[in-house]
Design a binder for this molecule. Structure first.
Ligand SMILES: Nc1ncnc2c1ncn2[C@@H]1O[C@H](COP(=O)(O)OP(=O)(O)OP(=O)(O)O)[C@@H](O)[C@H]1O
Ligand SMILES: [Mg+2]
Length: 257
């Protein structure tokens, strides 16, 4: 098959805050179906990189989605091009139901009239997002009563109904239980097969379990890139992680058992 695959292609991307270079000359290519983890110490520039791609901060260089330049476009234009992101802290409407949250996400950018017209029935894309995220049984619950993990899944569901084909997820499993992490990993694998997914993460066990490939950012620059094994074995990576959360191949399960 020669179906066109989506891709994210970043070249020479830099972001400065009052002369401080938070991101410096980053090259990053992620193809559809490649579940890419973006790791690096605190302050490495991971969130700033996502902010630049999604138009929240100004970057120089180039960031293209499947050949379309994103830099210089407004936040809503970039979202409409199918580039979606989540934030380090969940941002769902707590008082509204799961379904209403998804409905708003699906209607974002559409006319009030078309929103009114189809409010009575559930859109197929919303049904599908509920299924994919495992939230079908919770659709009428206020989002505020959801468990922490379920809120993150709802946020991902909101990106799915917006037809995002590039998903940039900023620490999606932070604060999750082991069980929720496992569920989230499987969810990312499901949605990752036909989308470009970049996951910013600090949890090394989670990365080892679910990453297809890894990019390590440090001091705003790409330090290393490759398979989980290659990156873990890279002395440069081991150096920046020295004395912090260990990246060494430790087998937690066996010590816990
Ligand atoms: N709006 C801003 N103004 C000035 N400096 C900023 C701004 N946003 C981020 N920075 C700085 O840019 C650097 C990169 O920050 P960033 O939040 O991108 O790191 P990160 O890799 O996401 O870290 P963490 O793992 O802690 O989330 C840090 O030194 C941070 O203090
Ligand atoms: Mg961050």
């Amino acid at each position: 098959m020669t179906m066109d695959k989506d891709y994210l292609e970043i070249r020479g991307l830099s972001v400065s805050f009052d002369g401080f270079k938070a991101v410096t000359d980053v090259d990053l290519t992620v193809l559809q179906g490649d579940l890419r983890f973006l790791i690096g110490p605190n302050g490495a520039g991971k969130t700033t990189l996502i902010d630049a791609i999604t138009g929240l901060v100004t970057g120089t260089g180039s960031a293209q989605k499947s050949g379309v330049e994103l830099l210089g476009k407004k936040v809503h234009q970039i979202a409409r091009l199918g580039v979606g992101r989540t934030f380090q802290t969940a941002s769902v409407f707590e008082e509204l139901s799961v379904l209403q949250n998804l409905d708003i996400a699906a209607g974002a950018g559409r006319s009030a009239l078309s929103l009114l017209r189809r409010r009575k029935s559930v859109l197929p894309s919303i049904e599908e997002a509920l299924e994919t995220t495992g939230l079908t049984a919770l659709r009428d619950k206020p989002a505020g009563v959801l468990a922490h993990g379920q809120k993150q899944w709802l946020e991902i569901g909101m990106l799915l109904v917006q037809n995002a084909s590039v998903l940039l997820l900023d620490e999606p499993v932070a604060g999750m239980s082991a069980e929720e992490r496992e569920e989230t990993g499987k969810l990312l694998q499901r949605i990752g097969t036909d989308r470009v997914v970049v996951v910013v993460e600090h949890d090394m066990d989670f990365m080892r379990s679910f990453a297809n490939s890894v990019t390590v950012l440090a001091g705003g620059k790409v330090l290393s890139e490759g398979s989980v094994e290659a990156v873990q074995a890279d002395p440069k990576v081991q150096e920046v992680y020295l004395g912090t959360a260990s990246l060494a191949t430790e087998d937690k399960e066996s010590t816990d058992a």
